[in-house]
Design a binder for this molecule. Structure first.
Ligand SMILES: [Mg+2]
Length: 173
């Protein structure tokens, strides 16, 4: 698989259907990015529809571990709030965080999907370990300065690829 090409690309994390896009593909474990994937960089909160989606994913039987490069307290606070395991300070795309999260879940690469909003971290790290990667559009444009710089590069690499569910998402934010 090309390192910088996600298996799927969604307009918002909530567009990932637990049954059709996870279980039907044998993805029973998910390594889930936090910042701007489920937690808005603008409000520092989890949108209501994302909370509902997280509940639906867990109800479907998919096990989730948060995997974040964030070095502050917020990944631990978010994990506690959601009652999810977390690997923070993960240094994605380096493999050690992915391996730790995979071990927490008792998962194998073949039954795990990585979900996140950045090609150069979430997607590349997943592919280094032979895991599938679902890229999602960031919840908001606001982000750290170095992330925004990377994002411009990532957008050019995605080219004309249109995220799934883009039309249905318009007006959600
Ligand atoms: Mg992120």
């Amino acid at each position: 698989m090309p390192f910088l090409e996600p298996e799927r690309y969604f307009a918002r994390v909530t567009r990932i259907d637990p049954k059709a896009d996870l279980l039907a593909c044998n993805y029973r474990h998910m390594l889930l990015d936090m910042d701007n994937t489920i937690l808005s960089r603008a409000t520092h909160d989890i949108p209501v529809d994302v909370l509902t989606w997280l509940g639906n994913v867990r109800d479907a039987g998919v096990k989730i571990c948060l995997l974040s490069n964030n070095w502050h307290a917020s990944p631990y606070e978010t994990a506690e709030r959601l009652d999810l395991p977390v690997v923070a300070k993960a240094c994605k795309p380096l493999p050690h965080g992915y391996l730790a999260a995979r071990q927490i879940l008792g998962a194998r690469s073949a039954d795990t999907v990585v979900v996140g909003d950045q090609l150069s971290t979430d997607v590349v790290g997943a592919h280094l370990l032979g895991m599938a990667a679902y890229l999602v559009c960031p919840l908001v444009e606001q982000d750290l300065r170095h992330t925004q710089a990377l994002r411009a590069l990532e957008r050019s690499m995605l080219g004309a690829r249109v995220p799934e569910g883009a039309q249905a998402c318009s007006g959600d934010d």
